[in-house]
Unconditional design. Structure first.
Length: 111
């Protein structure tokens, strides 16, 4: 390695070192990490919270399933009533049609 290559290498090292020096102040110290670690949840605490969340979700899903079932039953009941009412209206209209035909035949002048 000649003198110019050595100078280039040292300059590159200096540039890297300057970037590292700019970045270092933003990193946490060991003491800061330890203090921050005390506030973080442990694996056991995370598992516990995950289990609580899962149970709560199951309760919500079961409640939602029950609500959907209730709405479906009400809709089915409404459909049955609607069909019954439709049939009653159809019979009433048929009766009216018969009455009209009779009235029309009674009021027609004879030949």
């Amino acid at each position: 390695m000649d003198q110019s290559e050595l100078v280039d290498s040292v300059k590159k090292i200096d540039l890297r070192l300057e970037r590292i020096e700019q970045f270092l102040p933003t990193l946490a110290t060991k003491e800061e990490l330890r203090a921050q670690g005390a506030t973080l949840a442990t694996r056991a605490e995370l598992r516990e919270e995950s289990e609580r969340t899962r149970r709560h979700s199951q309760v919500l899903f079961e409640s939602l399933r029950d609500d959907v079932r209730i709405v479906a039953e009400a809709q089915a009941s409404t459909l049955v009533e609607l069909r019954s009412m439709s049939q009653q209206h159809r019979q009433t209209l048929d009766n009216h049609e018969l009455r009209l035909v009779r009235l029309e035949s009674d009021t027609r002048p004879g030949p």
